[in-house]
Design a protein around this ligand. Structure first.
Ligand code: ZN
Ligand code: ZN
Length: 300
């Protein structure tokens, strides 16, 4: 009996129940892993190698709310997992969208008439992104049928979601066919997390990534490609996205405490860090950086 009690106490100490918690729901680039038409990808035969498209969930257990970052092609399973962990059902209390590329917003379709028929699910984005959804089919139908309720965010203006949780959008440079691209700062009672799944180049941004990493405890960054040798037969110099190798070099001389704040996310199916046992994964970890993995949690 005493042993059981001690065991339960130990467990409570080892695994504190967080009031405000972030959970990683997806880590892949827009096309997912395995990607369509890549017939020889080992993930077709091994579910353990599949990677869902980039998404974060945030739960505030005190407020009884949860939020989804990105509405991806894997929205069905990601909302299921988020609701299961929050012990809630229905649409999220907020869906935050970074931009209008297919991996980041097309899951919205499942909120519509043909599927869950949500009632005014709040969808947060910067102004051009909101306007894109309002003015183009099929997304405008979600607005007209009031399946979604567009919440326009202004860059650098914090939105308080609950007494313990806020989100601030900021703009980052990334090809803008339909809309601007946002990054998000998510702040909880104890620490803040940055989410930048897509950016063209660190040098094109008017904010220094070094300052962002200095000011926030956890920073999820664009890890689309590992280096320039990844797409055989293609000149990658014209393809944007900071390479994982380049971002590591940028932070190489920083203390270990700073390097471990960086967590690589949004990896392409060609990026070897998708495999937990690749040489590149070992290299990233040995250099003191981290790789975002589905299911990982952060106590905010
Ligand atoms: Zn993307
Ligand atoms: Zn993009």
């Amino acid at each position: 009996m005493i042993d059981m009690l001690a065991g339960a106490l130990l467990q409570a100490v080892a695994m504190p129940q967080c009031d405000v918690e972030l959970v990683v729901l997806g880590v892949a680039q827009d096309g997912g892993v395995p990607q369509v038409n890549v017939q020889d990808d080992p993930a077709w035969a091994d579910d353990g190698l599949r990677r869902r498209v980039v998404s974060l969930g945030v739960i505030d257990r005190q407020a009884g709310t949860r939020y989804l970052f990105e509405a991806t092609p894997d929205f069905r399973t990601q909302l299921h997992d988020l609701n299961a962990q929050a012990d809630l059902s229905g649409a999220p209390d907020g869906i935050f969208l970074t931009h209008a590329h297919i991996g980041h917003y097309t899951g919205l379709m499942l909120l519509g008439f043909e599927s869950m028929s949500a009632e005014a699910a709040p969808v947060y984005s910067l102004p051009m992104m909101a306007n894109f959804l309002r003015s183009n089919g099929p997304w405008d139908q979600l607005v007209r049928y009031e399946n979604i309720d567009l919440q326009v965010m202004m860059a650098e203006q914090r939105v308080a979601l609950t007494p313990n949780l806020g989100v601030t959008a900021f703009e980052v440079p990334h090809r803008r066919e339909y809309a601007e691209t946002a990054g998000f700062k998510i702040d909880g009672p104890n620490l803040s997390v940055i989410f930048i799944p897509d950016i063209d180049r660190w040098a094109e941004w008017d904010t220094r990534i070094e300052d962002i990493v200095a000011e926030n405890e956890i920073v999820y960054v664009d890890a689309t490609f590992f280096d320039d040798h990844e797409l055989p037969g293609r000149d990658m110099s014209a393809i944007p996205h900071p390479r994982v190798a380049e971002t590591m070099d940028l932070f190489q001389d920083q203390p270990a405490e700073v390097r471990q704040r960086i967590r690589f996310i949004h990896y392409n199916h060609t990026n070897p860090i998708r495999f937990e046992d690749s040489a590149e994964t070992q290299d990233v970890l040995a250099r003191g950086f981290r790789i975002a993995r589905e299911g990982e949690r952060v106590c905010l």
